[in-house]
Design a protein around this ligand. Sequence first.
Ligand SMILES: [Zn+2]
Length: 294
Amino acid sequence: MKPKIIYVAGDGRSGSTLLDSILSNIEGSVSVGECHRFWVRFYEKETLCGCGEKIEKCTLWSKIDKKLHQKFPDYDSEYIKQKVKEIQYFKNFKKIPKLLQTKEWQYFAEIVIYFYNQIAETSQSNIIIDSSKSIGWCYFLQNTGAFDLRIIHLERNLASVANSWKKKMLLPEYYDKDVFMPQKTNKVILKSWIKIKVLALDLKKNNCFMFLKYESFCQKPEFWLTKIKEFVGEPFDITEFIMIPTHSIGGNPMRSGSNKKIVISNKKVDLHHLNFFEKIFFKSSSIIAKTFIR
Ligand SMILES: [Zn+2]
């Protein structure tokens, strides 16, 4: 049976942490966060896994690393890391189906397919919650044809996304040093938001795609949770959610074992990290983008 990947796609700062925490409540699932970062985070040995262990000592990821070495005698994590990076570039996006016909990329795909299968096998969960967000990575997974892929494209208002990118935020998974999330310029924020919106149209071309507007989700959680439940095709209680320990890469290890109830807040973002002109800039850009990209 193909592993079922519930993939959260979209821009950074779009509310994927909340959605991921909710999806982690699906029975028999394993949440792996931004798992395409495995080839960076596992080998740099500087972060904690969502389960609270140092990532290189985590029961799941250390076993997967071992299995990769056993299965592929010439396995080179640095080479795979570079390949993952190439997939991330927007300019390579359209080339992905063609790339997959070459020997070099077939070898890479074989490793990635094995990697996801091992997540399912080792964790004994055939449902993988993957919040990698990257559209390129998602398109790559889709083109391998090796997974039962359910894509949720999560989109948040451009001004709220921009406001969040302006905040100085510490990455919680680094335990020995202070690493801050990057702060993007206005141009980069706009460019990336629009590119994701455009490229997601290609992901839409299969039946297993769902568009979710973050603001609408927070306003009408019951409505959207019923839709999500139908879409993922798995039984799960949509009346109450708790923080469940995960093996999330790039997630917050503090949530591990907290068992705290998840609250879906409908509070309006006050955009106080944006100045007057930035507010106008992002709000009008968003209206223009929505008119042209459908
Ligand atoms: Zn772990």
